[in-house]
Structures are given as structure tokens and as C-alpha cells.
Write a new protein. Structure first.
Lengths: 167, 343
């Protein structure tokens, strides 16, 4: 085809009105003007915050039930973590579950929010929350120990319900 | 002595209005573009973001002013001044209202009532290209130079159709004086249509508006600063307030362009049918000034919407349209106008 050979590809099937260009400009301006009166998509971030749906994978947290964590320090999450962000040190306890994590630390700089830890956890003890505001000024701040990771079960109930119905 | 004071007051008034409008035109452009793209735009500084222009200007003043070592320093600093001075001084001949009667005197609402107003306007608008071309050359940067060269080539191609489309207006009004051109647009056609030149010669109006878009380097024709290909075009090497001056000049040019379009084609300060309401002469004069302002604002809005609607021309398309379409159309307009006047 001759069209393919030429360096500049010209559309041959433009009508006279289209080639006059001005009606097309008017059409385009109609579109832009009509867009001016449609609502904006902007979320005014610091003033209004995005409430993520239950399927959202925010920062991982440890579920705290009746004042103690559900975690039995099996170390599966630490094993499965592709970014090697989780460190668990197990200890013994007098409770029924017998084992508990003496130290549970997630390096939030390394975490990639894949949710593998949540998937692999046999006790539903580590789950992804809906928190997404994770900015740090120092790398040390990004090491989340048990103090920051433990979250009462009521706060993550939506995610637990989501996991029950969708997994 | 009185004349000097009168002129100074008018100049101060025009400058004040012009510069404030420039500042808020930038704000308006950002808000309108945001609305078109379903965004919000600047709304943090002051109520509704109305103090944004102030913040912008303060920021520009605090920026470091860098002159490249290889640049021609004198021309490099002269160029933005040329741009701005030309943009602002075009306003001198534009009548923004009819004669106003104040404190027992009649005042003409234009700075300089020269009898070659139209020529002055054309001369200055083509002078504006020097600012851009010199800035491109003096920066000693290939992108700047390309931008400057494009600008001059564009000006040459579009100046012709600009001048030729004005001739139609000239033939109808029979005067180069902008005041008389406006007065001439105050009659009525068939008793209801004001004899604005846009109705008398729509073809000339279209070519003139398109050519003036090219003249102001606004978007369908902003090749001199085409960011995707030329970094920043002629102002690549400018920073701080020198860049600010170019910015100011672009928007001041826009205001001047709108004022010229309004004066030549949209009836200037004419407000149709105002004489039927029996208002006092002072009220009529003030309403006419307001009408001029509103018309200019609407044309400015048109400028902004066009910028966010139409993509940039390619360079060969620009030249094609300039020489093969605009020039014949402008000449055709002259022929048609001449025929109608003859008949």
C-alpha cells in the first residue's frame, strides 16, 4: 500500500467539514466545557481521608484477643516473607497455647505488603490492616515491635470477616 | 501640565489593572484547567486559593537568578524586558471606554489617542518577537536557539495574515484610529444586530483570532516553548524573576490580544441598545467600561479553554496552515469586503 510507504501518514477519509478544522475545534471545546461542570475526583487528602475497603492490604498487625496476642510464634510468617521483613523469637508461656513470641518485629522498610504472612498464618494472628499512612523520618522508626503491632481484635474485625468469607 | 497628569493617572490605572489581571489570569488558568481535567486546582493559599498568585510571585523573587557562563549577559537580561515592555505598551492605544464626563471635564478613556493606532499595534506586536528570539540566541543553548528561531519563523508567517485580516476592518471603518473603529461598530444592522465586525466579516475575524493566537504563542501554536521537544524553548536558561518576566509577558500579551480582538471585532466598549434605557451619561460610560472588561474576560476564558482543548501543531502543519490556508483566506476576506463596499 502506498500509504505505508510514505513517511507522513495522512488520513484520506476526512470529510470536508473535518478538514476545515474549525467545527472539530468547536466539538472539542464543547467537550472540555462540559467537563468543567462535572464533579471532580480529588480527595482533599489531609482534610478527608480515603477509607480503604476490607480487601485493602495495609500494614500487617498482630491480633490481640483478651489482652494477649493470638500468635503462637510458629515462625511461618517469617519463613514465607519474601522480603525477609519479619523476625520472630519464641518463648514459653503458661497459657493454653504454650508458646508466644518474645520478640516480634516487622521492618516496615522491607515489607512489601504481599500478604503472604496473613495467608500462611494458622492462627489468623497476623493480618493486613487498613492503615496506609506509613511515613518515617528515621529508619529506626520503621522497626515495628510488638508495642506497635498489637491491635485489639475489634479494630480489625472487618478484615477478619473479609478473610472468613473470601478465603 | 493637566494633560500630563491625566495621562499619568491613566497609565497608572492601566498598569495596575493589567498587572493584577495577569496575576489572577495565571490563577484562573490553573483553576479552569483543573476543572476541565476534573481536578480542583490551587485551593490552599488563602480562601479558594486566591492568594496563590502572591505566593507564586514571592517564590519567583526568592529564586536564584542564574545566567549561564556562555551566555551573552547583556542581551540575556535585556530580552525579558523587551518582551514585557512590548506586551504592556500595546495597551496604550486601546480605548477601554467612551469619553467620560467627570468633574466638569471630558476625558477620553485611552492613554494615547494616536491616529495610527492600528499601525502602532501591529508594529509593537511584531516587536515582541525580538524578546523571544534574542533570549533564544543569547542563552547559548541549542534548545533555546531553536525555540527563538521557530518563534521568528512563526511570527513572519502569521504576521502577514494578521495584517491582511485587519485590512478588512480598516476598509469598513475607514480609519486607523482605534477609537473611530469602535465608534463605527455602534450602529445596527437590520435594526437588531449590532454592527460588530465579527458579524460583518466573520472570515476576517477567524483568521485574525487564529493569527493572534500564533502571535501570543498560545497553545495550538506554542512551538517556541514546546516542552516535549525543546525542554523549555526560549526560556530554558532563565530562572528566577527573569523567567517570571517572560511568564508575565506571555499573560500580558494574552490580555492585550483579548483587548485587541474585542476592540477590532467585538465592538470594543459598545454595549448594544444601552441608549434605549435613558441612563445618565456617567452611568452609560461606566457600564461601557464594564462591558469592555467583561468582553475581554470572556475572550481570555476562550484563550484558556482553547489551550486545554487543542493539541500543539507540528512545525510543518503550522507553516502549511500559515501560508496555504490563512494567507489566501485573509486575501479572500479583503476581496469580499471590497466587493460589498463597492456594491
Amino acid at each position: 500500500m502506498s500509504e505505508e510507504k510514505s513517511a507522513i501518514i495522512r488520513k484520506k477519509d476526512l470529510s470536508l467539514l473535518e478538514r476545515m478544522y474549525i467545527p472539530e475545534i468547536v466539538k472539542g471545546m464543547k467537550l472540555t466545557i462540559s467537563q468543567m461542570f462535572t464533579p471532580t475526583f480529588t480527595t482533599q487528602y489531609p482534610d478527608e481521608r480515603f477509607q480503604p475497603p476490607a480487601s485493602f492490604r495495609g500494614r500487617p498487625v498482630l491480633v490481640e484477643e483478651n489482652g494477649v496476642e493470638r500468635c503462637v510464634a510458629c515462625g511461618l510468617c517469617s519463613r514465607v516473607c519474601p522480603a525477609l521483613a519479619i523476625e520472630v523469637q519464641a518463648g514459653e508461656t503458661d497459657l493454653g497455647k504454650e508458646r508466644y513470641p518474645e520478640k516480634f518485629e516487622i521492618n516496615m522498610i522491607r515489607c512489601i505488603f504481599c500478604g503472604f504472612c496473613e495467608e500462611v498464618c494458622p492462627e489468623e494472628a497476623i493480618i493486613m490492616s487498613q492503615e496506609y499512612e506509613l511515613a518515617f523520618t528515621k529508619p529506626q522508626d520503621a522497626l515495628f515491635g510488638k508495642d506497635k503491632l498489637l491491635v485489639p481484635i475489634e479494630k480489625v474485625q472487618t478484615r477478619l470477616d473479609f478473610l472468613r468469607t473470601n478465603r | 501640565m493637566n494633560i500630563i497628569i491625566e495621562a499619568l493617572i491613566k497609565i497608572a490605572f492601566i498598569l495596575l489593572v493589567n498587572l493584577t489581571t495577569v496575576a489572577y489570569l495565571v490563577y484562573a488558568e490553573r483553576r479552569v484547567s483543573a476543572l476541565i481535567q476534573n481536578r480542583v486546582g490551587p485551593n490552599r493559599v488563602g480562601p479558594m486559593g486566591l492568594l496563590q498568585p502572591v505566593a507564586d510571585i514571592v517564590k519567583l523573587f526568592f529564586k536564584e537568578d542564574i545566567v549561564p557562563t556562555a551566555a551573552n549577559k547583556f542581551v540575556h537580561s535585556l530580552a525579558p524586558l523587551i518582551s514585557l515592555i512590548v506586551a504592556l505598551s500595546t495597551f496604550a492605544v486601546i480605548p477601554f471606554g467612551n469619553t467620560i464626563h467627570l468633574f466638569g471635564h471630558d476625558y477620553k478613556l485611552m492613554i494615547a489617542d494616536v491616529n495610527v493606532g492600528l499601525l502602532y499595534l501591529l508594529a509593537l506586536s511584531s516587536l515582541g518577537v525580538y524578546g523571544i528570539t534574542l533570549s533564544g540566541w543569547s542563552s547559548n543553548n541549542k534548545y533555546s536557539l531553536l525555540g527563538g528561531l521557530r518563534s521568528s519563523a512563526q511570527m513572519i508567517s502569521y504576521e502577514l495574515s494578521l495584517g491582511l485580516s485587519i485590512i478588512g476592518v480598516l476598509m469598513i471603518a475607514g480609519s486607523l484610529q482605534l477609537d473611530k473603529i469602535v465608534v463605527h461598530q455602534g450602529n445596527y444592522l437590520f435594526g437588531f444586530l449590532p454592527t460588530w465586525n465579527i458579524f460583518l466579516q466573520p472570515l476576517g475575524c477567524i483568521t485574525f483570532v487564529i493569527a493572534y493566537f500564533a502571535e501570543t504563542n498560545r497553545l495550538p501554536f506554542d512551538l517556541p516553548e514546546a516542552e516535549p521537544e525543546l525542554v523549555g524553548g526560549y526560556h530554558t536558561e532563565y530562572s528566577g524573576m527573569k523567567f517570571g518576566l517572560f511568564f508575565l509577558a506571555e499573560y500580558a500579551n494574552m490580555i492585550t490580544a483579548s483587548a485587541v480582538i474585542v476592540t477590532l471585532y467585538l465592538g470594543g466598549w459598545q454595549l448594544p441598545f444601552i441608549e434605549n434605557f435613558g441612563l445618565s451619561p456617567l452611568a452609560v460610560s461606566l457600564l461601557q467600561v464594564a462591558a469592555f472588561g467583561i468582553k475581554v474576560a470572556l475572550v481570555l476564558l476562550f484563550f484558556i479553554i482553547v489551550r486545554w482543548t487543542i493539541p500543539r501543531f507540528r512545525y510543518d502543519q503550522l507553516m502549511n496552515i500559515g501560508w496555504k490556508v490563512m494567507l489566501p483566506l485573509a486575501i479572500l476576506n479583503i476581496v469580499i469586503t471590497g466587493l460589498i463596499i463597492l456594491l
